[in-house]
Design a binder for this molecule. Structure first.
Ligand SMILES: [Zn+2]
Length: 223
């Protein structure tokens, strides 16, 4: 689950230089695959699939309507702390867990939003149908949050020491009226150091969006 996302973040940790020409990426990928810590992190996923699913259920069942993300934020803070990160909640409500790199001058953000589009009265208990899990928000963004927690844990268990500092962020205000307030605050706070922002959203693992899509542009224009 979200194995592709782990690859993405590992690829943002260049071995030598700050920018990696596209032509060298296959070689870098092979190099990473041979790295014992990276192998260990990827193996962790295979061994812990059931626990990752349980985490997704637990987080999904904590309501997080727009502007009411605090309870779920507290849960994420505990989860990221147990993954060995130095965690704080900023004044906007974002949960920020730091995995310090060899340099603190360059930062990669891996984020998943905390909020759902559903009002406070929504029943968020997860139902099982065969091997499917059903509940409002279990995909968007229970999946992203479970992946965020799992990647942090995998890096911790594998003793990965990144060159750049990685911030594992569960951000507020992504949906609707939230108007991206969490992500805006984050970018304002770290703007000069940010090298990449990787967003985990929903359950799709078959593609990575690298350009703004129309709905995102519309939301930004409404700011
Ligand atoms: Zn989403």
């Amino acid at each position: 689950m979200k194995r592709a996302a782990l690859w993405v973040i590992l690829l943002t940790m260049p071995v030598r230089s700050a920018s990696v020409p596209p032509s060298t990426r296959p070689a870098l990928r092979a190099q990473l695959a041979d790295n014992p810590e990276v192998r260990s992190a990827l193996d962790w996923f295979a061994r812990n699939l059931a626990a990752i699913n349980e985490q997704q259920i637990r987080l999904t069942e904590i309501p997080a309507p727009p502007f009411q993300e605090a309870q779920r934020a507290a849960a994420l803070k505990a989860v990221l702390t147990s993954a060995g990160l130095d965690v704080q909640i900023d004044s906007t409500g974002n949960v920020i867990g730091e995995l310090r790199g060899a340099t603190e001058k360059e930062i990669v953000v891996l984020s998943a939003h905390l909020d759902t589009v559903f009002p406070p009265s929504t029943e968020v208990k997860v139902r099982h149908e065969g091997n499917r899990l059903l509940a409002p928000g279990i995909s968007d963004n229970g999946t992203g949050l479970a992946a965020l927690a799992a990647i942090a844990r995998a890096c911790h268990e594998a003793h990965i020491k990144p060159r750049r500092t990685i911030l594992f962020v569960a951000d507020v205000g992504e949906e609707g009226e939230g108007n991206l307030r969490g992500m805006r605050a984050l970018v304002d706070a770290y703007r000069t150091k940010l090298k990449a922002v990787i967003v985990l959203d929903g359950s799709g693992t078959d593609h990575v969006t690298t350009k703004p899509r129309r709905p995102q542009l519309v939301r930004l224009r409404h700011a």
